[in-house]
Design a protein. Structure first.
Ligand SMILES: C[S@@+](CC[C@H](N)C(=O)[O-])C[C@H]1O[C@@H](n2cnc3c(N)ncnc32)[C@H](O)[C@@H]1O
Length: 420
């Protein structure tokens, strides 16, 4: 799973499970409505919950199908995948789900095309558009600076193209099903994350150097089966607006919310992994790539403006998602970083926490049920080697009222637009 996804809750899994466990029994449905890297959804699955998961980024759908809908390695049709060649690891049978079969296929994914693979259309979109040597990678920035995109080295861009050409062909020729497609794509995305020349997101890339990680060859590893263990009857949204997704989630014990708290739109920050996720479904790749824009090279048809990223709409969107959800309790993560409240340049000043406390005491919750749990973390950025304990993560918990009561009106804090 992606490790560099902004705002991922990898480090808070234990605290979040501790918040959910008193509210939901194993087997209950828990909804993760902003699932991102799916770190929390996978942890909920392994704790025995049935999970409803969704995120506006298509990459999250890939990881959710890969690790929630699979309970073990899915079977591969080795002869069909290898274009009729005999698999190294398998002499008989076409349904192979051993680690050796998966190891052979992930290795094959980026290998040079073989004469057995004449039906595959070998594309070079990543080479053309996202590496310096590509014929279509030039850009002109809004400040008038010209350059070439350098998200990958030429060798790695070509390896990504080979993997994508194969997955696209296998998918469109019905050689793989959705579970296999997503597991292969998830492994490819993990490999890409380790070799992309970025500082975490794909909004931009270093204009005049390559990060040393990016210079090493792309490598795709076999899937981690430990992440898949557990039930597979989960509900997985496909890049839906969660304000709509929650409407179709049946009664659930807990709605877990981890929305964005500032203006940064995740669909533009992660547009490139989203292309990898979407690639097999794009009918005309020529038309799609002819429309890429900006320094980064995004097709803006895939972009989504989240109301949670707009300071003036944040609280009303929060209220809407909770009102639409058939949940008993709400658990919400809050990181007191640079956010909608206060001056963005000056950083956090505790305003966000105060506004959220007011919100969780509003009429849509049962009075007296709001709790705000601070999560102490070591602050590794402290000066002089001294590591202070700082609290900037909070977990809010409250029980949703069956009907909004009138004793405390919902307070909508005024937020300065200058904050963004
Ligand atoms: C802080 S991140 C969540 C991180 C996640 N909990 C994890 O552990 O990786 C916020 C997420 O909200 C998603 N998002 C923003 N607006 C959305 C919307 N209206 N519907 C669905 N997802 C949305 C973003 O794509 C992003 O992944």
């Amino acid at each position: 799973m992606l490790q560099r996804y902004i705002g991922n809750k990898n480090a808070l899994i234990q605290e979040l499970l501790a918040a959910v466990q008193p509210l939901a029994a194993p087997g209950d449905l828990v909804c993760d409505a902003f699932s991102g890297s799916v770190a929390v959804s996978v942890a909920l699955k392994s704790a025995g919950y049935r999970v409803a998961t969704n995120d506006i980024n298509l990459l999250s759908w890939v990881f959710a199908i890969a690790y929630l809908k699979n309970s073990s390695l899915p079977a591969l049709d080795m002869p069909a995948l290898l274009g009729g060649r005999t698999a190294k690891s398998t002499k008989t049978g076409s349904q192979c789900n051993r680690i050796e079969d998966w190891s052979e296929i992930v290795e094959h994914l980026i290998a040079a095309p073989s004469s057995f693979e004449s039906k595959i259309e070998w594309r070079q979109d990543f080479f053309d558009y996202y590496c310096e040597e590509g014929a279509k990678s030039s850009f002109l920035s809004s400040r008038g600076k010209a350059g070439r995109r350098r998200f990958f080295t030429a060798a790695n861009a070509k390896a990504i193209d080979r993997a994508l050409s194969r997955i696209r062909y296998w998918w469109r020729a019905n050689i793989i099903d959705e579970n296999v497609r997503c597991l292969l794509t998830a492994r490819l995305l993990d490999g890409i994350e380790k070799r992309s020349n970025t500082q975490g997101t794909y909004h931009d890339f270093p204009r005049d150097f390559y990060d040393s990680r990016a210079l090493r060859p792309l490598c795709i590893e076999v899937p981690e089966t430990s992440l898949m263990q557990g039930r597979s009857d989960h509900i997985v949204g496909k890049a839906e607006d969660s304000l709509e997704f929650v409407r179709r989630v049946p009664d659930h014990a807990v709605l877990y919310l981890d929305p964005p708290y500032n203006f940064r739109q995740y669909t533009s920050y992660y547009f490139l992994p989203n292309i990898v996720a979407r690639y097999p479904d794009i009918d005309s790749l020529d038309d799609y790539f002819a429309n890429v824009k900006f320094v980064r090279g995004q097709n803006m048809d895939d972009d989504f403006t989240s109301s949670f990223c707009k300071s003036a709409q944040f609280i009303s969107s929060l209220e809407r998602i909770i009102m639409r959800s058939r949940c008993r309790h709400v658990v919400m993560s809050y990181f007191d970083g640079k956010n909608h409240w206060g001056s963005f340049k000056a950083g956090p000043d505790g305003q966000g926490r105060k506004h959220l406390e007011e919100f969780f005491k509003s009429s849509i919750f049962v009075p007296g049920t709001m709790r705000c749990i601070p999560v102490e973390r070591l602050n590794y950025q402290s000066y002089g080697g001294y590591q202070a304990k700082s609290v900037s993560e909070y977990i809010f918990i409250a029980e949703k009222a069956r009907k909004p009561h009138s004793s405390r009106k919902l307070i909508r804090p005024r937020v300065e637009e200058s904050a963004i």
